[in-house]
Design a protein around this ligand. Structure first.
Ligand SMILES: *Cc1c(COP(=O)(O)O)cnc(C)c1O
Length: 458
């Protein structure tokens, strides 16, 4: 029954971290028998709504690989959805977690404060964009951070409306489902949704053909006509959209939106839950676009895999909420904070920002070459280690979700974990751990190219 005894079967190691052999190795079909056994238990015990991408039972991970219970070693091009940016089981994170777990596991920061939480807030205030005075509050998940950013903006502005964009993804709680654009699978059947949420058109250069300023003018016109600045508490936007398709807005779009928000007393929230923490070749993606948000939401990459999230921003806005108005039992858990401090140390001292840019250059050149020879690759886009290809019908540019799904499944069967995304489901996204080596990344991209070539579109 146990899945942890595979060392006895001759697999090189089941401890994770960078010591794990950095290779793609298939010793069974995917899923192998031990993975299948777990998937059968999952089907019987876990709610169907909780899906999975790779049909494996993970037992260890580190560097650029995930090891399964059958001894297969898969190349990781997903990082558990942009979470393990410093690498799975990074030694500093492991050490910090072990030390903190032995010290104390919980007091509730609202009952008995502790240093780790304050130190994470100080680091976030220092690292996020903007040289004004900042404050932070910590939570458990990206969705919870977004919920709290909206609460804070409403309290500060004394207004209610919130604008989000086409293709936006902000989470799965009730308010964040309302902010999220795509119905299936995130929202369908789960309404009614929170009110006072409005949607504006996003800059999507591949499909709208607009310059950044023109796309911003279009969005601002919708906001002014359909909401009205006097009613608007916040505009929330991902500087590079994640689940919505890794859409990079045209130059000038974000600064124009930011200028309009500033001129109209609207709080601009940059949702950097996916794009933050070195992922894009800058500590925060907002830095690439020449604008400074009022509030930033962070999560995913912040703590090397432990659940932690934050809202950080202008001190006067953050302080608008009354004492006791923000918080939660677990928010800023001491073990998660210790992991975040270790991860932030790694981000700042181990060259991960530069490494993300290098990985991005490698991926862009490989995927650009793929686009040049295969017209089904309609667009290659992204920044740093947050890169995607959009697959289309070459004649019409119509999204080809079936092709994206088939390529992703074929990659996983060949031992490479690849994620899809996009409103139309036709985008393959690449989010390798920043600890992956060039050789392994190149091998992963070889498998992607072969999988694409093997799929003959209808
Ligand atoms: C993943 C994500 C969220 C939600 O984060 P959870 O931790 O899953 O709640 C919110 N915003 C963006 C941009 C995300 O990518």
């Amino acid at each position: 029954m146990t899945t942890l005894d595979i060392a006895a079967d001759g697999a090189p190691s089941i401890s994770g971290g960078p010591a794990l052999a950095q290779e793609r190795r298939l010793v069974t079909a995917i899923p192998g028998p031990r993975s299948q056994e777990l998937l059968d238990r999952k089907a019987a015990a876990v709610a169907k709504g909780v899906g999975h991408t790779a049909p494996i039972a993970a037992v260890a991970a580190g560097g650029g690989v995930v090891l399964d219970a059958d001894g297969n070693s898969l190349i990781d091009l997903g990082s558990g959805i942009a979470v393990t940016s410093v690498g799975n089981a990074h030694p500093k994170v492991v050490e910090a977690v072990q030390r903190q777990a032995a010290q104390f596991t919980h007091t509730c920061f609202m009952v008995s404060p502790y240093e780790g939480y304050v130190a994470v807030a100080e680091a976030l205030n220092r690292l996020t964009p903007g040289d004004f005075e900042k404050k932070s509050a910590l939570f458990n998940s990206g969705a919870e951070a977004v919920e709290n950013a909206v609460k804070i903006a409403r309290k500060f502005t004394k207004r209610q409306a919130v604008v989000a964009f086409d293709h936006a993804y902000h989470g799965r709680t009730n308010l964040t489902m309302a902010l999220t654009a795509k119905s299936m699978p995130y929202k369908s059947g789960f309404g009614p949704f929170a009110s006072e949420v409005y949607r504006a058109p996003m800059s999507y250069p591949y499909r709208d053909g607009l310059t950044g300023p023109d796309a911003a003018a279009k969005a601002i016109s919708v906001i002014e006509k359909q909401v009205g600045a006097d009613n608007l508490a916040a505009v929330i936007i991902e500087p590079i959209q994640g689940e919505g398709g890794f859409i990079v807005p045209a130059a000038g779009f974000l600064p124009a939106i930011a200028d309009w928000c500033a001129a109209n007393g609207v709080v601009l929230i940059s949702d950097e839950v996916q794009s933050g923490f070195a992922r894009t070749g800058a500590m925060f993606a907002s830095e690439h676009f020449g604008f400074t948000p009022d509030l930033v939401t962070t999560a995913k990459g912040i703590a090397g895999g432990l659940p932690l999230a934050a809202v950080t921003g202008r001190a006067d806005i953050m302080d608008a909420a009354h004492a006791g108005g923000l918080g939660g039992t677990y928010g800023g858990n001491p073990i998660a904070c210790a992991a975040a401090l270790a991860s932030i140390d790694a981000f700042e001292t181990e060259g991960f920002v530069e490494r993300a840019a290098e990985l991005g250059a490698l991926m862009l050149s490989r995927l650009g070459a793929l686009q040049a020879e295969d017209p089904r690759v309609g667009d290659v886009r992204g920044l740093g280690a947050m890169i995607a290809i959009e697959l289309v019908d070459p004649a019409t540019q119509a999204p080809d979700a079936a092709l994206a799904g088939a390529v992703a499944r074929r990659c996983i069967a060949e031992g490479v974990i690849v994620l899809t995304c996009g409103t139309y489901g036709n985008v393959l996204r690449f989010l390798p751990p920043l600890s992956i080596g060039d050789a392994l990344l190149n091998e992963g991209l070889d498998v992607v190219a072969a999988a694409l070539a093997a799929e003959v579109s209808a």
